[in-house]
Design a protein around this ligand. Structure first.
Ligand SMILES: NC(=O)c1ccc[n+]([C@@H]2O[C@H](COP(=O)([O-])OP(=O)(O)OC[C@H]3O[C@@H](n4cnc5c(N)ncnc54)[C@H](OP(=O)(O)O)[C@@H]3O)[C@@H](O)[C@H]2O)c1
Length: 274
C-alpha cells in the first residue's frame, strides 16, 4: 500500500520520518509532494526508494491514503487542486485542526479524518488525536487507530474537544518547555548557577517525571505527595504554584480557544464554495 504526504514542512516531515523510524512503511511505499518542489526532492533523496511527486495531483493518483500537512490558509489551494482526482475509496487525513470535517467532506468525495499529531511522535512517543469523518466505517477507523499506534498512543476524540485535547497533547510540549526554560532562567538569576549546569538538570528531571507518570506507577497527585514531605521545602513551593499557576493556565486556555474560534471562522470562510 502507498501512502502520501502533501506538505513536507515541519509536521509533514516529522510524520514521514516517524513512520519510517517505526518501520510502519518502507520509503518505497511513501510519496511526498510540496509547494516548493526542492523540499520534497530533498526529503525523498534522504530515503532511497521514496518518491517526490511532481505536484499534489500526481501524488493523489498514486496512493491509497494521504495526509494533508499544510497550514490553514493554504488548505483551499490544495483542495481545489486535488478535488477532481480523489477517488471515493481513498482516505484523506488533515492535520490542520481548524479545518472542519464537514468542509473536508464537502470538498473531497473520499473518506476523511482529522488527525492532530504531536512533535513527540518524532520519537514514537506522546499522543496522536484522531476524529473520523462520517464516511469512515469501523474497520477503517480501527485501521487508522493501528496506523497511529505505530508512532504514538492514539486517542479518538470529537470536534467539540479538538482544541483542548490539542492544547494538552500537541501544544503542551512547547508550554512545558517554556515552563522549564523559565525555571532555569529564574534559577540562574537568583543563584548564578551556570545555565549549562541547570539545563541538563531540568531536562533529565522532565524525562524522569514522564517515566514515573507513565510506567512508574505514579499519578500527578501521588508524585507530588511522594516528593513533598509535610512541612518541607517542596510543600512550600507547591503552595505557591497552586496560587500562581492555576490562573495562568485558565488564561492560556482562554487564549488558545479564542484563537481557534477565529481560525475556524477564517478557514470556514475560505472554504466556502463561491
Ligand atoms: N507543529 C506542530 O507541532 C503541529 C502539531 C499538530 C498539527 N500541526 C499542524 O500542521 C500543519 C502544518 O504545520 P507545519 O508546522 O508543518 O507548517 P510548515 O512547516 O509551514 O509546513 C507546511 C508545508 O506545506 C507546504 N505547502 C503549502 N501549500 C502547499 C500546496 N498547495 N501544496 C503542497 N504543499 C504545500 C509548504 O511548502 P513550502 O515549502 O512552499 O512553504 C510547507 O512545506 C498546520 O496546520 C499546523 O497547525 C502542527
Amino acid at each position: 500500500m502507498k501512502i502520501g504526504f502533501i506538505g513536507t514542512g515541519s509536521m509533514g516531515r516529522t510524520l514521514v520520518e516517524a513512520f519510517i523510524r517505526a518501520q510502519t512503511f518502507r520509503p518505497s511505499e511513501i510519496v511526498v509532494s510540496n509547494r516548493t518542489q526542492s523540499k520534497a526532492d530533498q526529503l525523498a533523496a534522504k530515503y532511497p526508494g521514496m518518491r517526490a511527486a511532481q505536484g499534489n495531483i500526481e501524488l493523489v493518483r498514486e496512493v491509497a491514503c494521504f495526509f494533508i500537512c499544510v497550514k490553514p490558509g493554504e488548505f483551499r489551494t490544495v483542495l481545489e487542486e486535488i478535488e477532481n482526482s480523489v477517488q471515493p475509496e481513498q482516505l484523506a487525513f488533515s492535520i490542520t485542526s481548524p479545518v472542519m470535517l464537514e468542509d473536508l467532506e464537502n470538498w473531497l468525495p473520499c473518506k476523511v479524518a482529522k488527525i492532530i499529531p504531536s512533535v513527540t511522535n518524532q520519537i514514537l512517543c506522546g499522543t496522536s488525536l484522531y476524529i473520523p469523518g462520517s464516511r469512515m466505517n469501523e474497520q477503517e477507523q480501527n485501521w487508522l487507530h493501528q496506523l497511529l499506534a505505530t508512532i504514538s498512543t492514539p486517542l479518538k476524540t470529537d470536534e467539540q474537544h479538538t482544541r483542548i485535547a490539542s492544547d494538552l497533547a500537541s501544544c503542551a510540549p512547547a508550554f512545558l518547555a517554556k515552563i522549564l526554560e523559565q525555571m532555569v532562567e529564574a534559577a540562574v538569576k537568583k543563584t548564578g548557577i551556570p545555565r549549562e549546569t541547570a539545563v541538563p538538570l531540568v531536562n533529565q528531571m522532565a524525562l524522569g517525571v514522564g517515566k514515573l507518570l507513565t510506567e512508574g506507577g505514579y499519578t500527578l497527585e501521588t508524585l507530588q505527595q511522594r516528593v513533598a514531605v509535610p512541612g518541607g521545602i517542596t510543600a512550600e513551593g507547591l503552595r505557591l504554584l497552586d496560587r500562581e499557576l492555576s490562573p495562568a493556565f485558565e488564561k492560556l486556555f482562554h487564549i488558545t480557544h479564542d484563537k481557534y474560534a477565529d481560525d475556524v471562522e477564517k478557514v470556514k470562510k475560505s472554504l466556502r464554495r463561491d
